[in-house]
Design a protein around this ligand. Structure first.
Ligand code: FES
Length: 104
């Protein structure tokens, strides 16, 4: 099983918005929604945009470039023009820290 990687303080998160964090080999966006935290690839699958800058509504983030939407729980696209998913990873909160379990 892959180790849990400490990527942020829980206090760095913003409810209803994304932040960017660095994890080994990955540029990650963390989203805090209704007390839960979700992690996706920060790079949009459609172009050179950062999803941490996107507008969050419900469990979806809207890409700031061409308004594609992704479900932050799964990384699945829910609205074009993006048709490819972004990666998503398991998150746990422990002792005020945010941990990701990165897969290959
Ligand atoms: Fe994200 Fe085009 S770059 S929708």
């Amino acid at each position: 099983m892959n180790p849990w990687i400490d990527v942020a303080a829980e206090a760095d998160l913003f409810e209803g918005a994304g932040i960017a964090v660095q994890a080994p080999g990955h540029d990650v966006a963390l989203f805090s929604i209704d007390g839960e935290v979700f992690a996706t690839d920060n790079n949009c699958s459609h172009g050179n945009a950062k999803l941490c800058d996107g507008y969050v509504e419900g469990h979806e983030v809207e890409c700031p470039f061409h308004q594609a939407r992704f479900d932050v729980r799964t990384g699945a696209p829910t609205c074009g023009p993006a048709s490819e998913p972004v990666r998503s990873w398991p998150v746990k909160i422990e002792g005020g820290r945010v941990y990701l379990q990165l897969t290959a």
